[in-house]
Design a binder for this molecule. Structure first.
Ligand code: XMP
Length: 509
């Protein structure tokens, strides 16, 4: 494996993912991880990520110096490059001309790092500091117009520093550079692939759970919980029970579909709980979105406990936690403001004595998708848009009423159907119709009707952190609007949300 020391760059995760794409397992750890802990991880090579600091500034993040004596190959990227330079007695200074964006890199040396590359590539830079004096033992192996030591290397000790970012797509052949470091220089074997992940994880789950212990998992039909269920089912079969809780704020027919798809494609009988009444009665008259989330999370926990008691005893709880949720960056990000609470299940009581098993905790989302495919999770589940845990509760602005719920469900179904018909469904991140208490006049026949305003939202996104509204063709918007006002009783106006995230968010609440 390769280990990345995280100095706080926004691309640290990306380095990790790229190395994995080169079929070498990679983990991200805080920059101040002690050499002793690193030795125990037994990496073939170590990468220092970029970061926002200046190495010469007071209190700049530095790694444990013993790491340099481990005899392992090291690749420093951007700030990591400067850490190398600084550590071995070179000099880093504020650059006379800063470089942001594209730069031409000329390769000066046929080192293993640049194996299978042309002699010049476009690379992507983002730095204000530069190495002014190259440390002893290192030589320049690549330069750009503004950066004479953009790439340095000590072939003997297998230590390399590059000022540019090979992990971003704007660096041509950046993937090849990372692959060269992992495979050629560090000698890591390309053994990380999702089929072998499944095989090892199935074995581990069996060992961990044992032959007679039982596992409970809550599933929503979303990709993470579905993949956990499929993987656990393959490992321990009937020792696993999966529960699907219907809170009454799902997409149209979702509860039937999820139950059917689990049975037909995965051979899993879901414990289906219709808790609609219990959720909705607690939500009655509640308008504050965070309060809605809290109530739903709390009721989820209660329903879960009831199932655990009725179908138990269970010793394990399986959860779909992913790698980015598991690790915390070593560089403190400071207390971030809570914009929305996304934890969907409130705390479970200790007396249930459930131990947590998280078989996806080493995976990134795209890897989970591959695992799901290999486990034959059907496309109908895989291709569905993500759906928030509190469901329509965050798409119904103000109090949740049966009428608004009906309108949101029906209108959202129309949005989805029309996007599918126009070939847009698979291209966008999420698409739905929201409804609030705003009303507007419509004429039905000769009658004046004071109906609901329905807001259609269609967004594109990579990771839900940022999003942009989809430029749908006018005729698609028109069909959606016509169908909603014609078919959904009580809807008179349709609006299209054209705010990006930020400053707006994907969901209206
Ligand atoms: P926002 O609205 O914050 O949404 O831009 C980002 C992504 O998260 C989903 N979302 C939630 N998911 N529980 C969830 O599991 C929640 O309370 C919740 N709120 C928003 C949203 O659908 C989008 O994909």
């Amino acid at each position: 494996k390769i280990v990345v020391l995280d100095f706080g760059s926004q691309y640290s995760h990306l380095i990790c993912r790229r190395i994995r794409e080169a079929n070498v397992y990679c983990e991200l750890v805080p920059y101040n991880t002690p050499a002793k802990a690193l030795k125990e991880m037994d990496p073939k090579g170590i990468i220092f990520s970029g970061g926002p600091a200046s190495v010469y500034a007071k209190g700049a993040p530095k790694p444990d110096r013993q790491i340099f004596a481990m005899g392992k190959p090291i690749l420093g990227i951007c700030y990591g490059h400067q850490v190398l330079v600084d550590n071995f007695g070179g000099k880093v200074k504020r650059a006379a001309s800063r470089e942001y964006g594209r730069a031409g890199l000329k390769i000066d040396d046929d080192s293993d790092l640049f194996k299978n590359l042309d002699t010049s590539i476009n690379c992507w830079m983002s730095h204000g500091d530069a190495a002014e004096k190259v440390p002893d033992g290192f030589k320049v192996i690549g330069h750009t117009e503004n950066s004479q030591s953009a790439a340095i290397g000590d072939h003997e000790r297998k230590m390399y520093g590059i000022q540019f970012h090979p992990e971003v797509v704007h660096t041509e052949r950046g993937m090849q550079i990372l692959k060269n470091f992992a495979q050629e220089i560090s000698g890591a074997k390309p053994e990380w692939d999702m089929q072998s992940f499944i095989d090892t994880t199935v074995k581990e789950i069996r060992e961990q759970v044992g032959k007679d212990k039982r596992v409970l998992a809550a599933v929503s039909g979303g990709i993470d919980s579905t993949t956990v269920a499929a993987l656990m089912h393959r490992a321990i079969g009937k020792q696993l029970s999966c529960v699907f809780i219907n809170h009454g704020l799902l997409r149209q027919d979702e509860e039937k579909e999820v139950v059917r798809l689990f049975k037909e494609h995965l051979g899993i009988d879901l414990i289906y709980v219709n808790a609609e009444k219990r959720f909705l009665s607690r939500l009655k008259g509640v308008t504050d979105p965070e309060k809605k989330r809290k109530i739903i999370g709390d009721q989820f926990a209660k329903e879960f406990v009831t199932v655990a008691k009725k179908h138990g005893p269970f010793q394990w709880l399986a959860q779909g936690t992913l790698y980015p949720d598991v690790i915390e960056s070593g560089v403190s990000k400071g207390p971030a403001a809570v914009i929305k609470t996304h934890h969907n299940v409130g705390g479970l009581p200790k007396w249930l004595k459930l131990q947590v098993i998280e078989p996806l905790r080493f995976l990134y989302k795209d890897e989970v998708r591959k695992v799901a495919k290999l486990l034959e999770v059907p496309d109908e589940l895989l291709k569905r848009h993500p759906f928030p845990g509190p469901g329509l509760a965050v798409r119904i602005i103000g109090a949740i009423t049966p009428e608004k719920t009906r309108i949101a469900k029906h209108a959202s179904k129309i949005v989805e159907d029309e996007l599918k018909a126009a070939g847009y469904y698979d291209k966008v991140w999420q698409a739905y119709a929201a409804v609030g208490d705003d009303r507007a006049v419509g004429v039905l026949g000769d009658e004046r009707v004071y109906g609901h305003v329905v807001m259609v939202r269609v967004v594109e996104s990579i990771d839900a952190m940022t999003a942009d509204w989809t430029r749908l063709p006018y005729d698609v918007i028109e069909r959606i609007s016509n169908r909603i006002t014609n078919e959904v009783e009580g809807a008179t106006w349709v609006t299209y949300a054209v705010s990006s995230k930020p400053p707006a968010t994907i969901e209206p609440q």
